[in-house]
Design a protein around this ligand. Structure first.
Ligand SMILES: NC(=O)c1ccc[n+]([C@@H]2O[C@H](COP(=O)([O-])OP(=O)(O)OC[C@H]3O[C@@H](n4cnc5c(N)ncnc54)[C@H](O)[C@@H]3O)[C@@H](O)[C@H]2O)c1
Ligand SMILES: [Zn+2]
Length: 371
């Protein structure tokens, strides 16, 4: 494999993946439509001149056909994400975009040797939990009425006692809840199912929460570290949903890029799905506090009784499967966040796009107030 197409290669994960592929001697082509509000000021300067850049859309047959010409391997990252009220757009870009790419590969009999598709932690909904009486359980997401009452923790579906989160492995049943999650699971199944049918080795990566330099500073719908940073740097409080004690597995983008290239190259990864995370969990409040300490902004986070229906309470990756093919995260959160903050400081003045978005999201009931 020599020629690799990275769709979404102008984005956070894509751009670091492109850098790593070039470093390893691959020839790289990017297909990216520079979606707004992620790319408000057009083509990012970090796109290397050594990569071929096609400004084009994964939903366009012409663009995708052109992008696939002469390609040996695909890392498919282009997608619409974030908490927004949109519905059809997720399916169009993610589900249909992936189906279109696969249809072109089949119709044109393209000699692709490997496809790696970006799935997400979101496919699990709530992951794996432990009940003291019932052992391992896989609870559904919390009902809206429960969240309105500010009862944040998960209850056992059998006895209603409070559950403890366990590390979620790939055998955990998927329960995609939001449209975004449904579309990510579609992508995963389409690539693995049709990949097998076409005889193309394929793998899906369930990325956990990824952060790092180049995470859009203008997209207020996704990217916790960037949203909190732009708030604090404008002397505004970080807005924390629920009580801030919900936990996530934050993984540094360079580790995510390394995992993606590892899976592209591994001949053991055919038809497999892998969690990509660190195995460590941090609360949202931990992130808010860490960033205000680093920025030396003594601004208490706003914990204002807001929540987002469908949001998961706790999820942390079991990464044993990815480790079994040679993955080892290199970055601790402290190291990763230091590099991220260094980058943000080099970006000049940053704006707060969140206040306005939050008003709209509340109007559209994507964000709700507790009773
Ligand atoms: N960042 C995370 O925490 C995270 C977690 C789980 C899964 N993922 C998945 O990883 C992939 C990359 O995410 P990211 O964090 O780098 O996001 P990102 O928004 O930084 O990058 C996505 C890129 O895709 C491009 N894009 C969007 N729609 C497109 C379209 N229709 N045609 C062509 N290009 C399009 C955007 O312009 C952007 O450059 C996505 O598939 C996302 O769903 C990300
Ligand atoms: Zn129980």
């Amino acid at each position: 494999m020599k020629n690799i197409l990275v769709t979404g290669g102008a984005g956070l994960i894509g751009s670091h993946t492109v850098d790593l592929l070039l470093e390893k001697g691959y020839r790289v082509r990017i297909l990216d439509n520079l979606e707004k509000p992620t790319h408000l000021s057009g083509r990012p300067s970090y796109i290397p001149s050594r990569a071929e850049f096609i400004e084009g859309d994964i939903r366009s047959e012409r663009d995708v056909k052109g992008a696939l010409k002469g390609i040996d391997g695909v890392i498919h990252l282009a997608a619409t994400g974030g908490f927004t009220p949109r519905i059809i757009e997720y399916l169009e870009a993610n589900t249909i975009g992936t189906a279109l790419m696969l249809q072109i590969i089949r119709n044109e009999r393209l000699p692709i040797k490997k496809i790696v598709v970006a799935s997400s932690v979101a496919v699990y909904g709530e992951g794996k939990y432990q009940c003291s009486k019932h052992g391992v359980v896989f609870p559904p997401i919390r009902p809206i009425e429960q969240m309105e009452r500010k009862e944040w923790e998960l209850k056992c579906p059998f006895c209603a006692s409070e559950l403890k989160a366990l590390a979620t492995d790939e055998l955990t049943p998927v329960k995609p809840q939001k449209v975004y999650s449904v579309s990510k699971f579609d992508q995963e199944r389409l690539v693995l199912g049709l990949g097998e049918e076409f005889g193309i080795p394929s793998a899906a990566l369930r990325y956990f929460v990824t952060y790092g330099p180049r995470q859009s500073l203008s997209n207020p719908y996704t990217g916790l570290c960037s949203i909190f940073s732009t708030r604090l740097l404008n002397d505004l409080p970080a807005v924390v949903y629920e009580d801030g004690l919900q936990t996530r597995d934050f993984v540094y983008v360079k580790d995510v890029a390394a995992a993606s290239v590892l899976v592209l190259e591994s001949d053991k990864s055919d038809r497999q799905v892998y969690n990509v995370g660190t195995g460590n969990s941090l609360s949202v409040l931990d992130i808010a506090k860490t960033l205000s300490r680093i920025y030396k902004k003594d601004i208490a986070p706003e914990i204002g009784g807001k929540f987002r229906p469908g949001e998961v309470r706790h999820i942390v990756a079991d990464i044993a499967k990815l480790k079994s093919i040679g993955f080892k995260p290199k970055y601790t959160f402290e190291d990763g966040i230091r590099e991220y903050v260094e980058w943000i400081r080099s970006q000049g003045d940053v704006k707060d796009y969140f206040s306005r978005a939050q008003t709209d999201l509340t109007k559209d009931q994507v964000v709700r107030n507790c009773r």
